[in-house]
Design a protein around this ligand. Sequence first.
Ligand code: AHG
Ligand code: MN
Ligand code: MN
Ligand code: MN
Length: 335
Amino acid sequence: MDRHITLGEFIIENQKDFPYAKGELSALLSSIRLAGKVVNQQINKAGLAEILGKAGKENVQGETQAKLDIMANEVFISTLKNRGEICGLASEELEDFLAFDEDMHKDAKYVVLIDPLDGSSNIDVDITVGTIFSIYRRKSEPGTKVTMEDFLQPGDKQIAAGYLIYGTSTILVYTTGNGVNGFTFDPGIGSFFLSHPQMKFPEKGNIYSVNEGNYVHFPAGVKKYIKWVQQIDENDGRPFTSRYTGSLVADFHRNMLLGGIYLYPQGTTSPNGKLRLLYECNPMAFLTEQAGGKASDGFRRILELQPEELHERVPFFCGNKEMVEKAEDFLKTSG
Ligand code: AHG
Ligand code: MN
Ligand code: MN
Ligand code: MN
């Protein structure tokens, strides 16, 4: 990899594309970069620093929080709060949103929604995890306290979105609506370098990512789609390959690079699936579309859904356009 362009340089060079508040959005993206570096370092030494394992508490989702869920949440909150570019933040790990209303935040125009640590179940077994973020411009007047309305905006209002993947390398991938770019972290130098310019789903894909243990609960259309991907057809490379880590970030990143579909459908015991619209599906859907793919709930475009609650869940199908459309066809005809 040529170490030509750092993430910092790229953000500044491309801020001309931002519709407004150029300097502030650049500063906000830089804050996310900084928090990502801190979380990356903590994750890398987790086994030594004794911060693996459960924290003994549950979050609002009813999930047991891992120590690293809490640590990553705190790092992102403190880093973003202390730099004053945002007036509010919502997180998977917090029941309510936070309103920042100290003097330093009075001109802040942005709110951030985050999944601080995605793939928590993989932390203790040394499998890739991530962080997902989503940025909106506030709807309420600057200088006033943020309201729920500032957070419950449809995904097509996102100003920027992205993720950090803490894998064999740590990579930050983001979009501001002008394509998707990925930056690999060089730990020796302490900087992210442009390694994946203008990321696009390949034309064709042959990977499907789904928790097939839930098969019995899936709608008939999804069951038929799964059977279809497992049939032999040399024309489109079937049977497809199954790959599923249990970290959305890892499954998404692989599918965007190699071509594939990620599914977390509704089930008989989970009518809206598992993934959260605001801080998992919307940012991934924004990235998906910017990379030439498609993201839907099986019927409707994710980015047009009007959120009703901070932690609402939604069935999620995303990846190569053609593959998602095929799954949608099965849902349309079989329900
Ligand atoms: P989180 O760790 O942020 O709670 O997210 C977990 C999500 C997502 O990363 C993953 O794709 C999915 O849950 C896995 O769920 P299953 O274990 O039900 O397959
Ligand atoms: Mn969780
Ligand atoms: Mn998650
Ligand atoms: Mn999480």
